[in-house]
Ligand binder design. Structure first.
Ligand code: VG1
Ligand code: CO
Length: 544
């Protein structure tokens, strides 16, 4: 067995963002770039000798090469066993499921999620800990610290493994098992949902659905579960074969990038239910016939209907949402008498709450929903949850959401993204807002009075760790809000996100168009932050 020790020098830009390290493929292809980061992960770990690591990715360009490199580095760094997805494929939620099921030490997931792929696209890598969840900040900071001091990395000199053949192989003294993660994932779903009732629904003549997996990683899982196991007609899953460049699209399930699905659901003779998932399978979009469910509402509806689903019928310990996510779920939690936690953006902040049994369901406005079944958000899980509710209630998606609003009121909600803007100017905009926050209280803006304004700071209720500067909030006395944040997942320039929310208890006003309902807040956001001036943009790039 020949282990090579290669000399290297640090890169200065290997600080993980909201969800791992994301860069253009061309950056990852620089000599030693990937290796430096992987060695930094290994260097930051304690007690990994002889342990099991899970490895897989969303199948994007560079996935296979990176997996071969990481396998050889893991062998050289003393891991005992690696569980790798067939073809190098494992969705983010499936990787979380496999880490937990096999009690692995941790996992490496290769994905840039919803960012485009291909030689000109993005690549990404993130480390998950033994609970199956994204590494918390103290771990990512340790990795970053190692990346700034790295001098060498270790790699086994060996032939590539055949990733397409299931079974056990040896790489030096390390065992490699190539497995099909669809199977353990399906078993987990079966333990949570009423598959018999969902099957009845999916095979009934009155019901039709369409799931767009956007040429990304969820395809094999959705084919297997929806079509093969649950009997939905062939063709229910579209764009179901993972492609290295996602067919040239943004694998981002929202109204803009999943427009093919939107056209189907808003067209004539539309199916009753539509869903889409993202590059690495952790996001979901839910549509009814001629109806869009905002992710914030989806979390609230799942919470209010969880008692109808076998895996959650015992009751929920609590719920959690990221700060910019609308407060719709808060109202459900309040009525149910359960705790509701507000965390910074990014799934890693839910990990402690889930591990401690404080929260059962979690969600983000960015099309992410999940539960304590794994430690990642889970796109297909959300689809099955909705199908289970539809099967039991026998109502349409629109009826279910409208009656939800009747009970709890409606939180009008939208996010405006200004993508790839000048990073310096975006930073200055945020700094200006930060300076303004102390004097905002009591100010009259349009018809609104500011209740408070701050830069969100979070103290983890389990381990006491503090995360500062998580987004500027301007909260008005009637509960309406504007939030400003810079994205931590983009790879070009900066992306400014403006989150807008207003609450409407009066059911006779629930029919308004969202952008119209939020127009006064949109105007205030411009007035306060001078967005057009700072970004040079008249309009947001993406409105969700
Ligand atoms: C975005 C979303 C955030 C999500 C993150 C990762 O982060 O806003 O809610 O957790 O992407 O999602 P940011 O920093 O760009 O706003 V995924 O599907 O990329 O793993
Ligand atoms: Co994702």
């Amino acid at each position: 067995m020949n282990i090579a020790t290669i000399s290297t020098t640090p890169f200065t830009d290997q600080k993980p963002g909201t969800s791992g390290l994301r860069k253009a493929v061309t950056v990852f292809q620089k000599p030693h770039y990937l290796e430096n980061f992987v060695q930094s992960i290994f260097d930051s770990l304690e007690g990994s000798q002889g342990k099991t690591l899970v490895l897989g990715g969303d199948g994007r360009y560079y996935n296979r090469q990176a997996i071969q490199t990481i396998l050889k580095m893991a062998a050289a760094n003393g891991f005992g066993r690696i569980l790798v997805g067939r073809g190098g494929i494992m969705s983010t939620p499936a990787a979380s499921c496999v880490i937990r099921k096999y009690q692995a030490f941790g996992g490496i997931i290769l994905s840039a999620s919803h960012n485009p792929g291909g030689p000109e696209g993005d690549f990404g890598i993130k480390y998950n800990t033994s609970n199956g969840g994204p590494a918390p900040e103290k771990v990512t900071e340790a990795i970053y610290a190692c990346s700034k001091e790295i001098e060498q990395y270790k790699i086994l000199e060996a032939e590539d493994i055949d990733l397409d053949k299931l079974g056990e192989f040896k790489l030096g003294s390390m065992a490699v098992e190539v497995l099909d993660s669809v199977q353990p994932y399906t078993q987990l779903m079966e333990s949570l949902f009423d598959f018999d009732r969902i099957q009845e629904l999916l095979t009934s003549r009155q019901f039709r659905m369409c799931m767009d997996t956007m040429h990304a990683v969820t395809g094999p899982y959705a084919h297997s579960i929806l079509e093969h196991r649950l009997g939905a007609p062939a063709g229910t899953v579209v764009n179901g074969t993972p492609l290295e460049d996602f067919g040239g699209g943004h694998p981002d399930p929202n109204l803009v990038y999943a427009h093919d699905l939107v056209d189907i659901l808003f067209g004539e003779d539309a199916p009753a239910f539509g869903a889409a998932s993202d590059g690495d399978g952790d996001r979901n979009m839910i549509l009814g016939r001629h109806f869009f469910v905002t992710p914030s509402d989806s979390l609230a509806v799942l919470t209010a209907n969880a008692h109808l689903v076998p895996g959650y019928s015992q009751g929920l310990a609590g719920v959690a949402r990221s700060m910019p996510t609308s407060g719709a779920v808060d109202r459900v939690a309040a009525q149910a008498g359960i705790d509701c936690y507000e965390t910074p953006t990014g799934w890693k902040f839910f990990g402690n709450l889930l591990d401690a049994g404080k929260a059962t369901l979690c969600g983000e406005e960015s099309f992410g929903t999940g539960s304590n079944h794994v430690r990642e958000k889970d796109g297909l899980w959300a689809v099955l949850f909705w199908l289970n509710i539809l099967a039991v209630r026998g109502e349409s998606v629109e009826q279910i959401v409208r009656s939800h609003w009747q009970t709890y009121g409606r939180n009008f909600y939208s996010r405006h993204d200004y993508e790839e803007v000048d990073a310096q100017k975006a930073g200055e905009l945020m700094e200006r807002l930060r300076q303004m926050t102390p004097e905002m209280k009591g100010k009259q803006l349009g018809n609104y009075e500011v209740d408070y304004s701050d830069d969100f700071s979070y103290t983890d209720p389990v381990d006491g760790s503090v995360s500062n500067k998580q987004g500027i909030r301007i909260v008005f006395t009637d509960g309406s809000r504007i939030v400003f944040r810079l994205s931590g997942t983009g790879t070009k320039g900066a992306t400014l996100r403006v989150y807008l929310e207003s609450y409407e208890p009066d059911a006779s006003k629930h029919d308004q168009d969202t952008q119209k309902a939020l127009a006064p807040l949109i105007e205030i956001a411009e007035q306060v932050a001078q967005i057009k001036d700072s970004t040079g943009r008249e309009q947001p790039t993406v409105i969700t």
